[in-house]
Design a protein around this ligand. Sequence first.
Ligand SMILES: Nc1ncnc2c1ncn2[C@@H]1O[C@H](COP(=O)(O)OP(=O)(O)OP(=O)(O)O)[C@@H](O)[C@H]1O
Length: 942
Amino acid sequence: MNFHLEEHKAENGRFAGFNGSRGGDECTDGFEGLVEEPLASANHQPGYKIQETLQLKQEFFADLSTTKSMELIKLTSLENAPTQSLFSVANRILEENFERKNGELSHRMACLLRKVLQIIERRMSVQAENFKHQNDVYKSREQKFQSRIKVLETLAKGTCEENEVALKNLESIKIEKIKVEERKKLEDMDIVKMKKEKDDICAEVSTLKSDIEMARKTYENQRLQLEAEAGTTKLELEKMVEELECQLEDSRKKVAELEEFSANKYQRWKRKENKYQRFIEFQVDALQDLRAASKFMKNEVLKTRRQHSEELNGLGVKLKGLADAAQNYHMVLTENRRLYNEIQELKGNIRVYCRIRPFLPGQNKKQTTIEYMGENGELVVANPTKHGKDSHRLFKFNKVFGPTASQEEVFLDTQPLIRSVLDGFSVCIFAYGQTGSGKTYTMSGPTASSREDWGVNYRALNDLFQIAQSRRTTVVYEVAVQMVEIYNEQVRDLLSSGGPQKRYPSHMVSLDMFFLDLHTLGIWNTAQPNGLAVPDASMHPVKSTSDVLELMSIGLTNRAVGATALNERSSRSHSVLTVHVRGTDLETDAVLRGSLHLVDLAGSERVDRSEARGDRLKEAQHINKSLSALGDVIFALAQKSSHVPYRNSKLTQVLQSSLGGQAKTLMFVQLNPDVDSYSETVSTLKFAERVSGVELGAARSNKEGREIRELMEQVGSLKDAISKKDEEIQRLQSLKGSASAEKHSLTSLRYGSSSPRRHSIGTPQHIRKTSSGKLSGLSDKAASDGDNCSEYSDRHSEAGSQHSGDDFKLHKESYQPSKLADGPVDQSATDDVQLLGLEDADLEERLSDISDGDLSMGTETDGSISSVVEYTLFPEPPKQPEKSENIEKSAVPSKLPKPPQKLLQSKPSHFTRSATKISSISRKSISASSGSSSAKPLRKWQ
Ligand SMILES: Nc1ncnc2c1ncn2[C@@H]1O[C@H](COP(=O)(O)OP(=O)(O)OP(=O)(O)O)[C@@H](O)[C@H]1O
């Protein structure tokens, strides 16, 4: 038993070795180990052996998990393998066979299976033989024992002793027999067990046989099938081989052909190579020739270059001479231009800049009327649709800006003019041209939002502020602006805070307060300094460009615009932006007063071209009328005519001093290059040509010293005295309570003198209006404009009503008609008549030019009036009239009637600054003395 156990352990060890190495040789070794096991020992211990073999079977199957590994087992080693292992192998083969779905069993495996089964069968038959032999041995032994027993029984029967011995022997034999029987029983049991095992094995063998038979059949079928397939495949392969052989034959032929071809080609290439070789040799020779030639050429070139550089040096010397000459020429040109400008300045010529608008999108760019633009201001226009000698026209101006000129370029040429405002000059810049020719573009720009687009207006004010800032340590400047438009011969304040137009932000309203006392002093009814005489136009102090931007955007919004056939945003009003500047010299106390008028005129096109109807026609007529009035004024000025018809339109009245005074004036002539506008362009240019010929006289700076200012203060004191007198008259009037017709007339005359209508004295209409008490200040002027003006007056009355408290009172006061109209005439009234200069015989003549214009007070205005008005525009703190006597002696113009001595002497202490109509008497005196013949004495003021 132990022997078997040990043996199987060793066997397990061998299997373990087999498990560890699956190589073919090692596998064989494993089986060889198995073969060494003696079969007999297995048969002698069947129970134990079965158990062992089952375990072995499991291990063996685990090891022989693949058919491949099984195939590795050599058939010879099977002979020595334990039976159980053989069964396992057979089982495994069959199981694998069943696992395969197609049930095919390889030939090799079938052989192996057959071999295994044959070995098992042989072993079984050997074992059966052994069992039989053993049985026979047992039987013969039994028989031997039986015979011995019989012998012994016979002997027992002999003697007792012998019997006893025999008994004892018998006893031992019995014991031995029992033992033998027991052993036999055990052996029987073993036999039974082995028989059973044999039966099991036989059953298993028969099952295996049937399986093998099935497998064999399947294999046979498959073999047949495979043989059939192999036959078919063989046939196909034979065919393919044949084909391939054919192809091979073809290929061989082709290769032979190719070889032949390549041999030919090789020959050809060889020939070519030889040819090229010869060619290269030829080229190399040629190259060497060329090198020699190039060397020769190089030498030639070097020679030529030397010659050239010598020539160039010579030319350079000549060119330098020319450049020097050109520079001199430019210097001479610049000098010429400067001298020309100086002459113009001295002459006071109106400068004319011509600007040509670029074509707008949609316009035909090929058809332009601009033929030539010279740098020296020459311009040739031509009508491309007409030919002939009159088709070209040459004009000459101070400067011509082409369509590509930027706003900056235009301003650069305008800048010096604008800067002179800060030096106390009066400057007027206006843009003239047909609708859509770019007037507004030049003056204001397309938008105020972009600095690049800024027109002259914004740039000018920006410049003024910048210069003022840079001079702040020496001069303190105050700047204020007005903006009005002249629409249908009506002057409208574009910055009015109370009008029906756009309202101001609250901080702007407060700015108006700055000038409220101007109304109070009644200065609005007079000619403004250096030009603009716009009654009641609000004045707005500005401190920065942003203030100006804000005000101007309000003004532009308020400007009347509407659509016409020519320009959908055509403005049909003249807009005037006036900038007043007052500078005080911190060291000398001298005061500079400059003003700048920036005028954007309405379109100058002919009425018939604009296709206007109804209201538009009326507007166009008004525009044409005012522009032709402008032309007349310019014509009169160009002719140096003694009579200049400023009064014919509001526009000429507004621009009066800028055109005829001592201002510097610049006109932008705007042109539309379109062919359709040719006739307009020519008439515009003709007008501009006339304007450029106008000499205004040398411009003068409005600078006043302390002395003049003191005189002005005295004038103010006089005005106050007169106002006191007025009050006195009123008091007397209320006492007397009645008045004669003559008195009425005188009083009316006096009242009329407070307004520009004074020159219409004696006309029934004037008297009627005066009596009704509606004519005073602005109302008076409005009356002169007919219905439109009363409308204007109403608007301003409305504006006045919007002020509250004291402001309102002040307005009221300035608009109230004088009660003098109904009062008695006394000596003071007579004095007033004298003061007005109405006694002069040539009064009618002197006033003829200004009789109808409410704005004409400033006709032939000069610096003295400017001073008066500027003084009131920027009021100074009141001073005691200590030097009143000096007025008489030195300052009062010869034509200015003397103020009553009585008044000056008797009531000096009553001088106040209350604003009443007496101030207008003062103005009247100045105005009366400033008639055409009074210009000289007035200049003494400067
Ligand atoms: N120099 C320019 N460069 C570019 N566009 C321009 C120029 N001048 C004018 N324009 C354009 O031409 C059009 C007409 O210009 P603008 O309104 O200034 O003409 P206007 O003479 O003021 O017309 P109106 O008489 O109706 O006021 C505008 O669209 C303007 O932007």
